[in-house]
Design a protein around this ligand. Structure first.
Ligand code: AP5
Length: 214
């Protein structure tokens, strides 16, 4: 099963993608997590990506597409994968469609997690992320057991640099300009499904399972 998660920054794509990956036994591939791991490890890719991410801009397509194509070609993605944060532009979507066509495959589902902009800024200021293992928390709705510490790996959890309110506004406008057109792109491919992302996360997940099947 090959799934794309669509939605504004903070809509809950990552939260849902992790659960989908666990339930269906497929890898969760998050371009944001890949970039953040590269930033943490001080790689060349990380240095380049950080310049864009800190400003709420998108990392250029040429740095992003090859990285994803290499990742989905790995053995653990043979039976499917859930893409979180990719594609994010029409050229990225076209590159993905073309790469899959070459091997006689196509995406099965594009799931849009729909949350209005008003809800987003509030969610992002409360989010805390583990830069070591990618786990996410929310100071009110999903606090860690011990304040400031990741339940999963014991590392410190932090407010992401790009979750400051002014950067979130910029990310939202980039989303509307460059990523939202993908909704129509996947509607035309006949694989778009939309879920209400404003309800509690367990309910969002139930709606997604109803679409993907048990
Ligand atoms: P990325 O890491 O992909 O960020 P994003 O798309 O902006 O998405 P987020 O991770 O911020 O949010 P999410 O939708 O996953 O929400 P989450 O589940 O965490 O990208 C970061 C940057 O990297 C980009 O700005 C760009 O620069 C670069 N980049 C990445 N991919 C790229 C690409 N393909 N091309 C170019 N550049 C790229 O949830 C948010 C919060 O809400 C959490 O605290 C969570 O606990 C809470 N929450 C979740 N669901 C609910 C719910 N139902 N009710 C209440 N709270 C909820």
């Amino acid at each position: 099963m090959k799934i794309i998660m669509l939605g504004a920054p903070g809509a809950g794509k990552g939260t849902q993608a992790k659960q989908i990956a666990d339930k269906y036994g497929i890898p969760h591939i998050s371009t944001g997590d890949i970039f953040r791991a590269n930033i943490k490890n001080g790689t060349e890719l990380g240095k380049k990506a950080k310049e864009y991410m800190d400003q709420g801009a998108l990392v250029p397509d040429e740095l992003t597409c090859d990285l994803v194509m290499d990742r989905i070609a790995q053995d653990d993605a043979k039976n499917g994968f859930v893409l979180d944060g990719f594609p994010r532009t029409i050229p990225q979507a076209e590159a993905l469609t073309a790469a899959l066509e070459k091997i006689g495959q196509k995406m099965d589902f594009a799931i849009d997690v729909d949350v209005p902009d008003e809800n987003i800024v509030n969610r992002m200021s409360g989010r805390r992320a583990c830069l070591n293992c990618g786990a996410t928390y929310h100071i009110v709705s999903i606090p860690p057991k011990q304040e400031g510490i990741c339940d999963r790996c014991g590392s410190e959890i932090v407010l992401r640099d790009d979750d400051k309110p002014e950067t979130v506004q910029k990310r939202l406008s980039v989303y509307h300009e460059q990523t939202q057109p993908l909704i129509e792109y996947y509607q035309k491919q006949g694989i778009l499904q939309s879920v209400d992302g404003t309800v509690p996360m367990e309910e969002v997940f139930r709606s997604i399972v109803a679409i993907l099947g048990e």
